[in-house]
Design a protein around this ligand. Structure first.
Ligand code: K7E
Ligand code: CUA
Length: 654
């Protein structure tokens, strides 16, 4: 009876909510009005595998989560900007340097926009990049190991939001500032913002072999908010487009004061031209302070380099490098279609979408038809660059993706829907409600020349009644639609962790064959590795104790250690001797002020323990690795600080 009542209540609740959203749009809006074939379309039978990988940003989790499509099954959470006790990332001695910044150790961030590396405008599946929004950083994650390999801090930036999108051959990963700030930073009155703060757009070069990042140049722009960006491609390769808002340069109550202008701008940046200028010695080196952290796969260790200068560029010194395209109503998303012909500005306070034409833009620039300037940067005439307007009928457009078949799909936050429309004719073809308040959406390869237009995933901000309640907070919710036909078909909902602002998808056939299965022990160059169990040992060096330990199913070598004293720093350097796919061992020590670590086959990781109490303290393996996993344990005897007990240990029961 109780269950029955509960269902009635939740249905009534759902209906009430739908009505109040006013987003039925002719659809029944019923949760259960799905085609029976929908289940078959998302059903991936036990033992079968998904067709696509979907990488969803974690938002305020600071990480990246990996899902399968169409099943919506979560495969992994990849730690990026946040410490992650599940693997020991940011806790192990080897990975702590990944989170170093000019502000010190910053073990958290807010990640928004993952983007997969490209070659010739198509996904190549080598790396995925993502931005840290709060303490400006860009990370590069390997798509063979699914581990974060590199993080570079972005100086002269704040709220690193119009990031981290790649150019057609991954020449650059681009990062734009949301908040303009004094550059260089200094102590000054906030109400002197206007005309004094600047916005930086950073072009970070990516080494074509190793993927290593380096800030090639920063363009110092007027003090607007640079919200989102996307690269040109095809004919517009060499350009990058950024939406701006707050061209009013208001410094308080922005909710009102930065919505005064009817139009803000899309900034069109000819980065090829600036690159040439910089390669010829242009630009000004400016003192800066930022961290560059690289993880080396052969030593299994990250190192931090503090950088001391950055090359800045004044756009006024390079005629033809930057133009402003007037775009209505505080645009948010800035998306470029697969052909590179159209730049779509989603005016978030508008019902209509503004589509600019790249060809029109070039013609207007060549004809020098300007409509004034802002801080010396030429403004093109709205009518001259406009390709068309999509009269969507929705409200609050945020982001647009493309299916590669001539259609675009735009999310509407306020009216909670995805609207499908046609490039070139600008007519609306279909609309489907989302549950609820959708932000980004994702079609695998949607930001490339070659999208895989089979599914679109809507990433919803508000979950409400879609799942069983879990207290005041619900996980966010993704919805997958089949877009293979003329009309979109909602197939399935699944919860997502953190706030997945944006996502990037790729066919499994590109990634799965390259996925790494083990680290080879004979390639392990970690300075504290034990490559054979005979090398296992314990050494005291003043107040430091280094334990060179190996693991194999199901024991630690050494397993019992004596001679450790209160006040010591005890480093467990653990090498996992397994050479089998999917056999990690874990390590945890009682009272340790950190997390466990999980060591992959062939890898070495270090866990620090600072014993505070005399006693005999156990450690154990945290990953159920064999039938005798519970036997995988050992003890450390801790004596008083002034004791004279020498270090001793037992190797394989000796
Ligand atoms: Cu629209 Cu940060 Cu891309 Cu969220 S952002 S939705
Ligand atoms: Cu090793 Cu459990």
């Amino acid at each position: 009876m109780k269950t029955f009542k509960y269902h009635i209540l939740s249905i009534v609740g759902a209906l009430a909510l739908l009505t109040s959203c006013g987003n039925n749009n002719g659809n029944s809006g019923s949760n259960s009005a799905l085609n029976s074939s929908a289940a078959e379309k998302v059903y991936v039978a036990p033992g079968e595998q998904d067709e696509f990988y979907a990488f969803m940003s974690g938002g305020y989790s600071g990480n990246l989560t990996v899902y399968g499509l169409p099943s919506g099954r979560m495969f992994k959470e990849i730690p990026v900007f946040s410490q992650f006790p599940t693997s020991g990332y940011g806790y192990s001695e080897e990975t702590k340097p990944m989170l170093n910044t000019s502000h010190g150790f910053v073990p958290w961030d807010d990640s928004h926009h993952p983007d997969i590396s490209q070659t010739n405008g198509e996904l190549d599946g080598r790396w995925i990049f993502i931005n840290g929004n709060n303490t400006p950083r860009i990370a590069r994650i390997s798509l063979t190991t699914f581990e974060t390999e590199e993080i570079i801090e972005v100086p002269n930036s704040a709220g690193n939001h119009s990031s981290s999108f790649v150019t057609e051959n991954t020449e650059y990963v681009v990062a734009g500032t949301r908040f303009s700030v004094p550059i260089p930073q200094k102590d000054m009155p906030i109400d002197e913002y206007k005309g004094n703060f600047r916005g930086s757009l950073s072009f970070i070069s990516v080494d074509p072999e190793e993927g290593h990042m380096d800030i090639k140049f920063q363009i110092l722009m007027p003090g607007f908010n640079y919200d989102l960006s996307h690269p040109g491609r095809g004919k517009s390769h060499g350009w990058f487009f950024f939406t701006t808002y707050n061209t009013e340069e208001a410094n308080s109550l922005q909710e009102v004061n930065s919505s005064q202008n009817d139009k803000d701008f899309i900034a069109a940046v000819n980065w090829k031209k600036i690159e040439e200028y910089v390669n010829n010695g242009g630009g000004t080196m400016m003192p800066a302070d930022y961290a560059h952290n690289i993880y080396d796969e052969s030593t299994h260790t990250a190192t931090t380099t503090m950088k001391k200068e950055v090359l800045t560029v004044d756009p006024l010194k390079i005629p033809g490098a930057v133009f402003f395209l007037p775009t209505p109503k505080s645009p948010h998303g800035c998306d470029v279609d697969p052909s590179g012909s159209y730049i779509i500005g989603n005016g978030k306070l508008s019902a209509d979408l503004t589509v600019h034409s790249f060809d029109n833009m070039i013609a207007a620039i060549e004809g020098k038809k300007f409509d004034g300037e802002a801080y010396g940067i030429p403004i093109l005439k709205f009518e001259d660059v406009l390709a068309g307007t999509v009269k969507s009928g929705g409200l609050g457009p945020l982001h647009t993706e493309f299916d590669g078949k001539g259609n675009a799909y735009t999310t509407f936050f306020i009216s909670s829907e995805v609207v499908k429309w046609k490039l070139g004719t600008w007519e609306v073809i279909d609309r489907k409600p989302t549950f609820y308040s959708v932000g980004h959406l994702m079609i695998p390869g949607g930001n490339s020349r070659k999208p895989f237009g089979k599914y679109v995933v809507a990433l919803n901000k508000i979950t409400k009644d879609r799942y069983l309640p879990t207290g005041p907070e619900m996980e966010h919710s993704a919805q997958i639609y089949d877009i293979s036909g003329e009309k979109m078909e909602l197939l399935y909902d699944f919860p997502t962790h953190g706030e997945p602002h944006d996502a990037a998808g790729i066919p499994a056939s590109i990634l799965a064959p390259k996925s790494k299965k083990i680290y080879r022990l004979d390639e392990n160059k970690h300075p504290y590795a034990v490559l054979s169990p005979d090398e296992a040992r314990v050494e005291r060096n003043g107040k430091e104790v280094h334990i060179y330990m190996s693991t194999i199913r199901s024991h630690f070598t050494p397993d019992n250690i004596e001679g450790v004293k209160v006040g010591d720093k005890v480093y467990f350097h653990i090498t996992n001797h397994e050479q089998d796919f999917d056999v990690p061992h874990g390590f945890a020590m009682i009272g340790q002020n950190t997390s466990e670590i999980l060591v992959m086959p062939g890898q070495t990781k270090t866990s620090l323990w600072e014993p505070k109490k005399v006693g005999v303290w156990p450690f154990y393996c945290t990953d159920f690795c064999s039938a005798l996993h519970q036997e995988m344990q050992g003890y450390v005897r801790v004596s008083p600080a002034n004791s004279d007990i020498e270090i001793s240990y037992s190797l394989d029961g000796e």
